[in-house]
Structures are given as C-alpha cells and as structure tokens.
Design a protein around this ligand. Structure first.
Ligand SMILES: *Cc1c(COP(=O)(O)O)cnc(C)c1O
Length: 666
C-alpha cells in the first residue's frame, strides 16, 4: 500500500479540504488514487442513510477524475459528531482496529496511491485501547500533518510531530492551512509560525494554503497551493537494494557470509505478531530468542525507555551510579533465591558467564586454592559464544573443534539423561559424582543450566540431579554457577529454574528475558561469601564493560520485572504448558519424531535427524507462524501473552510441516 496518512493538529483545521485537493493533484498527475476516510463521525442522517460530508467533499472536487461516481470511501459512519470511540458507543458499537486496518488495505488494493484521512488529531481514541496513532502505525504510511495557521499552532504541530515520530512513523511534511482571514498585523506572525515549525520540528512545509474569501476561487487556490506538495511527494522512489546489501554484507548468526541461509525482512512488531516488509503477519513462537516475554510493543516498557531516554541514555559506571541501576540491583537481589546479594550488570548473557567464571577463578585464588582452575559441567550445555563460555558449551556442538587451541580444557560429565517428567534415575548423578571426585582438587566451579538445557538441545532434566550437584559442590568445596539466562523469569513455570530443586547457587547468571526483549542486558549475581572472599585484602573483580549498567537497559528491565511481578505469570505459564502439550501431542504419532516434551512456556518436538531449516522456515512463514528450528529440534518458546488459539495454530502448522515431510527436504 502506497500513499499518505493525513492527520490534523486538531479538528476543524481543513484536513478534508486538503485531502481532497491532494487527491485531485495526484489524479491529475496520472496516479490512480483514492482518498479513504476509515471513520466518519457527525454524518447526516438522510432518511436512514448516513451521509459522510468528507466523502461528499472528495467526490465534489474530484468528480472529473471519477466519471463513474466516487466509490464508498468510509468504513465506519456514525451520526454523532464526537470522538469515534464515543460515537461508536452511542450507536451501540465498538470500532475494531483489526477490521479497520484490513478493510483500508483492501480498498487500497485497486489504486496506485491512497490518502487515508484520520478523524481529528493523532490522540483521538478509536476504542478503549487504541488511538488514531495505532491505526497509523498499522497502516504504516508516511504522515502529512494539516495545521491551521492560528494562535497555538506551533505547539499543536510540534507535539503532533513528536507523537508521530515516537511511534516510529515518518512525517512526510506539514501542510499549513489558513482558514481565517489574517489581519494585517498577524501576516508576519503567521509567516513566523511556519518557519518556526519548520525549524523546531525539522520538517518540510509541503504547502502554505492562503486564505480565500471567495468560494468560487477556493478550489483553484487550493489546487495551486498543493502543486508543489505533490511534486515533493511524488519524487521517484530509489530502487530498494536493502536485501541485496544484507545478503552481501551482513553476517547473520551461525551462517555463511557468502552463501547465507535465507532471511526475511521484519518491519514492525506488536503483541505476539511480527509483521514482515510485505505485510505478512506471523504469530511469534520464539519471543525473539526467548526474550520478549511480554510480547512486542508493550506500552509500559516502551514508555520506560522513552522516559529514561529523555533523562539520560548513558553514563559510564566507573565512578558514577544512577537510579535505574540501583533499582534493578534491588529488584534482582529481592527476587533471586535468598543469599545472592551482589550484582554485576553485564551487557549480554555471554559476558555475564565470563564474569561468573572470573568470579569463580578469583574466588579460588583469593582463598589460597590456586590449583583449582577448571570448570566442571555436563554435555549438551550452552553458555554463550565468548571464549570462557564456549569452553563449557557442549564439546560436540560444533564450536570446540574450531577453537581447540584457544579454549581451556574443562571437565565434562555426561548429559543428565534423567528426564524431568519420569521418576528420578540416579545413574547420571552417580557418574558425575565419580568424575567430580576424581578431579575435585583442580575444579573451581560446577557450571550448568538448571533444569533446561536450551540451545544445547532443549532438554529437561530432573530437579533431583540439580539438587545433587548442589550437595556435591558443597561436599567438595567447589562453587555452583547456575546459568539462568534462558530459564529465568518464569519460563519454566518457576521464577527461576533452580526453584524446582529449592537451591541457591553461589553464582547466578540472568539475561535474555531480563529486559523483556527490548535491550541487551544481563547480570551476574553472587553470594556474600563469594564477594567477600574475592574482596578480602583489597581484591577487586577485574571486569568493567563500557556499557555497564546502561540506564536505558536498566530502566526497561525495571519496567519489565515490575510488569512480571504484577502479572499472573504462574497461571500464564501453566496455561501455556497445557496448551503446548495438547497442541504438540499429535506430532508423537508422526514418523521421524523422537520425542515431544513441554515444560512451562517451552514446547519441543525432537526429530530423529537434523531438520532442513530453510524449508521449514519457508513453510512456517507461508502458514503464518514464526519458529526457528535448529539441529533436530522444532520448538516454541512464545511470549507469555500468547493465546490458546495462537498456540493451537503453532501446533497445527508444526504437525503439518512434519506430516508433509518438509523437514527432510534438504
Ligand atoms: C542465550 C544464552 C547465553 C548467551 O547469552 P547472549 O546474550 O546471547 O550472549 C548464555 N547461556 C544461556 C543458557 C543462554 O540461553
């Protein structure tokens, strides 16, 4: 859909006249165009038929361009002359923004360009949740603002510009209208209004329509004034080479620079929806690598970011501190298991793991156990892509052999095969115990992902195994590091996965969902014992990222954690677990399916063989969902706000993909 959204700084600024004139200009320039007024209030009731004045005005001025008559250009018509939400309510209706968006798009299909005219200004409500801005966001057209040149117009126009840009939309320009005759002394004032808006708003003035008293002259004056506007607007669009550039120059995760896996272009997000550049809407089953627990575009998170941005985006954390970091530290100490009291704010999960490893190493040095330099972990783990983190990732997972000489050699116990959902099998812990005993003199810490091994295989193991590791660590004087980056903040149905085993680690990493998927942020927490030991005799933790404690990230994290605490996340994740179980269960009957498992808001279909990721991606997109399989795994980790219907759709599409053998194409 091409064209413009036309909004006013207020009602009664001559928006309809301008829209009508622009339409005339576009049609005159050979563009097949239509002006649409999605919601018209204040319609005239002519024996039961509602007549929309704006539509009538489009038709009047543009009669030469529409010899067959002007098409229906209103979607919703209401009699009462008030805000759409109210006018609809009086008529016993509710405006549905999805319908409004869909029908506007449908109407636009037959035209080269459309002009969509809003009702009043940008903050005019359409229903109890959405204002006109949301409709503008959904239609995603550049916006033309019509402003009446009178007292107060600078303020109204600049505020409108801000509101539009804050919603990520482009302001194409301002059209100034003069609806009242100027007196001689305010000619200069009016001219100054226009230049002031251009300067303070950093915006193009597309036209300045002079006042005419003579009704005969009005159309001519309008159309003449808008000539320049349309010339500015119809400059040839440059050819879009973005995707070619992306393919040729941008590295995407874990793929070739010269022959990359295909990517699709995301354009906007809202709730549980990812909207692609071509308008395709996808139900998001990934929460953007498990981060976006509240979904996208949550107004509380977005406002927290904007508010903090208005105060202070960043200062160095060396020698300076600030409220967003202090608040976040307090929250983390409060909500994590008792005993974790010291907080290191890191800028990504991998970095928080590096910090955890450094803490363990410095702890052993400071406590006179210098020979304890190794990490003990289990196979099938994933802890990040930096060197220390890589050294404890699954050794067969592909990264180790590339960096064999770079990475320290750590000690690996077998994958904990004791399933979460069957009676506890102690054999794996016994093996781990034997191995740890043998090496305990050289081990500084045990590091594992609690309960759920994420990127290493989406495997859920038994809480008793985790409790066993805690006991082992205590018995042998090694530290226990829990990497809760994937599992923290409710994902497994507990606030932290270690709550399943009722244990406190010595060191804990959190990340991913920490900032609700909006900013990169992670944290490493440590017990007082760890912190005090390292700090004895003037010791300091040797780490300090440039963007440590970034105020924007902290502010969003604070809002996200508040939102989580106030929400009914336990019931939500329990529901999602049930929905995922039901939706994925039919896959069990299909060939090639090895296992289907769910825990909290995680649902996994494990195949017998590695899957064809590009083929599945294409199939999923064609069927309206977004999942990103890896290895042998097709899985979902959706936002907590996902609905049962959406989970069902994900289940049905996954079932079809496997039934149709899409996963074996490659
Ligand atoms: C994602 C992840 C990491 C790495 O976090 P990044 O922010 O990608 O560096 C570490 N550990 C676990 C368990 C993870 O899931």
């Amino acid at each position: 859909m091409k064209g413009f959204f036309i909004t006013g700084t207020d009602t009664g600024v001559g928006k309809t006249v301008v829209t009508s004139g622009l339409l005339f200009r576009l049609c005159d320039g050979g563009h097949k165009s239509l002006a649409i007024k999605p919601v018209q209030t204040g319609c005239i009731d002519r024996s039961g038929t509602l007549i929309a004045e704006d539509e009538a005005e489009y038709a009047r001025l543009n009669a030469p361009h529409f010899p067959e008559g002007y098409p229906d250009a209103c979607i919703k018509k209401y009699k009462d002359a008030c805000s759409p939400h109210r006018a609809a309510a009086i008529s016993g209706e509710q405006i549905c923004i999805d319908e409004l968006t869909r029908r506007t798009r449908q109407m636009a299909e037959a035209y080269d360009a459309v002009l969509v005219e809003g009702a009043g200004g940008v903050a005019v409500p359409l229903d109890d949740q959405h204002t006109t801005l949301e409709l503008m966001r959904r239609l995603d057209l550049p916006v033309i603002i019509v402003a009446d040149n009178k007292l107060g117009m600078i303020n109204h126009t600049l505020m409108t510009i801000d509101a539009i840009r804050n919603r990520g939309l482009e302001v194409a320009g301002v059209i100034v209208n003069n609806t009242t005759p100027p007196s001689s002394e305010d000619e200069a004032l009016r001219a100054d209004n226009v230049t002031t808006i251009a300067r303070h708003g950093d915006v193009a003035i597309l036209a300045d329509i002079p006042y005419t008293a003579d009704p005969e002259q009005r159309d001519t004056v309008l159309i003449k004034a808008l000539r320049e506007a349309v010339r500015l607007l119809s400059t040839e669009e440059p050819q879009d080479t973005a995707m070619d550039f992306d393919k040729a120059h941008l590295w995407h995760p874990y793929t070739s620079a010269t022959n990359p896996l295909p990517t699709v272009r995301a354009s906007t997000t809202r709730g549980t929806t990812i909207v692609l550049d071509d308008g395709t809407e996808l139900i998001d089953g990934m929460a953007s690598w498990w981060c976006a627990i509240h979904g996208y575009g949550n107004p509380v998170l977005e406002q927290a970011l904007r508010t903090q941005c208005g105060r202070m985006s960043h200062v160095m954390f060396g020698g300076l501190t600030h409220d967003p970091a202090i608040d976040l530290g307090r929250k983390l100490v409060d909500m994590t298991p008792a005993g974790l009291e010291h907080v290191f704010l890191a800028d990504s999960g991998s970095v928080s793991v590096e910090v955890a490893i450094k803490l363990a190493m410095q702890y052993m040095q400071a406590s006179g156990q210098k020979e304890r330099t190794k990490l003990f972990t289990v196979r099938g783990g994933y802890h990040g892509d930096t060197c220390g983190a890589m050294s404890v990732c699954d050794p067969d997972g592909g990264m180790h052999h590339l960096f064999a000489n770079l990475l320290p050699k750590q000690i690996f116990a077998p994958r904990p095969t004791c399933r979460f959902d069957t009676p506890y099998d102690p054999a794996p812990l016994n093996e781990a115990t034997d191995l740890l005993k043998k090496h305990s003199h050289e081990i500084a810490a045990i590091i594992v992902e609690p309960i759920v091994q994420g990127a290493g295989g989406m495997w859920f193991y038994h809480p008793e195994y985790l409790a066993g590791l805690r006991a082992l660590a205590d018995e042998h004087g090694v530290l226990l590091i829990l990497d809760e980056i994937a599992t923290g903040f409710g994902r497994t149905g507990k606030m932290f996965a270690c709550d399943w085993a009722d244990i406190t680690p010595d060191i804990m990493c959190v990340g991913k969902a920490l900032s609700g998927g909006m900013m990169t942020l992670a944290a490493t927490l440590a017990t007082a014992k760890v912190a005090r030991t390292i700090s004895a005799d003037g010791g300091v933790l040797m780490h300090g990222p440039t963007f440590m404690g970034n105020p924007l990230a902290c502010a969003v994290a604070n809002a996200s954690l508040d939102l989580l605490s106030r929400s009914d996340w336990q019931a939500r994740t329990a529901d999602i677990e049930q929905w995922l179980s039901n939706a994925l269960a039919p896959c069990r009957e299909l060939p090639d399916v090895k296992d289907v498992r769910t825990l909290g808001a995680i649902g996994v279909v494990e195949m017998e063989c590695p899957v064809d990721v590009p083929a599945l991606q294409e199939f999923f997109i064609a069927n309206g969902i977004w999942l990103r399989p890896f290895g042998k795994l097709i899985y979902a980790m959706p936002p907590y706000i996902i609905s049962k219907e959406e989970v069902d759709t994900i289940g049905e599409v996954v079932f079809e993909a496997v039934r149709q053998q899409i996963h074996t194409r490659g």
